[in-house]
Design a protein around this ligand. Sequence first.
Ligand code: C2E
Ligand code: CA
Ligand code: CA
Length: 272
Amino acid sequence: AKEQGRNRFNYFAPFMQEATHTRMTLVSELREALQRDQLRVLYQPIIDLSNGAIVKAEALVRWQHPSRGLLAPAEFIGLAESSGMIKGIGDWVFQQAAREVLKLQAISSPSFQISVNKSAWQFRDDGSNYQLWLDFLRQLKLSPRSIIIEVTENLLLESDRMLALQHAHMQIAIDDFGAGNCPVSVLKQFGVDYLKIAPGFVAAKGDGLQISEAIIAMAHKLGIQVVAEGIETQQQLAAMTAAGCDFGQGYLLSKPISGEELEKQLQKQYAP
Ligand code: C2E
Ligand code: CA
Ligand code: CA
């Protein structure tokens, strides 16, 4: 048995070493990615379901890695969080989004908004202090309402953080609503502006569709608007529109695109 155990150890060790090595390399590369201008922000259009117009967009970060190609957040956000780099990346994404919304509002309307994700890790340390972000918006002469901060349901359990977010006067969206166990009573209390229905409910038929309808009815009673996420088919689009959902986002409507591409789309939309 002892012999077998040693063999097993020898068999697995090189793989474990390689995984650790890759991880450490990625962490040090990520540290330099910002300075080397390797991060990108893509924007996924969010559509007004009543008329099909693009009225908002969600900022989604990418890493243009020199040898690994374009990396999705799933491949590096976890590393950024555990290594403390998510704060710097989050601040940078916010600034990019603010600069972009300024251009998009000039093309379309002052009501155009960009939403920015803020993960639980970004609230560590002084993550409830929005002064730098608000100062940045003021320099650009942008209203705080130009930005929507997307947080997860769990944040609703943290009153201090929700209050700080509310007092920053940016708008608030609860991401992946319905996936966790959110205390519905506090939605109103903290002035939540949007619920984003998790793709699982958007894709569902029958009972799942009833859940979406119930979420939409509840949200509207509370004066909250609803975004259906992950719309991939015409059927889903029709179902969400019929259910009275306010906004839609998903591959059927548009994949995440560059800021330049989004500017072109809006120019077309606003052309006479
Ligand atoms: P999320 O906030 O739920 O963002 C939506 C994700 O769904 C995006 O993946 C988007 O590309 C994808 N998506 C959009 N439409 C569809 C669809 O029709 N079908 C399917 N299957 N997927 C769709 P992405 O860009 O890979 O981002 C993944 C997650 O990474 C995000 O999920 C968000 O939690 C996180 N993330 C992205 N950018 C940032 C960031 O700047 N900061 C932080 N903290 N997290 C970020
Ligand atoms: Ca999101
Ligand atoms: Ca989401």
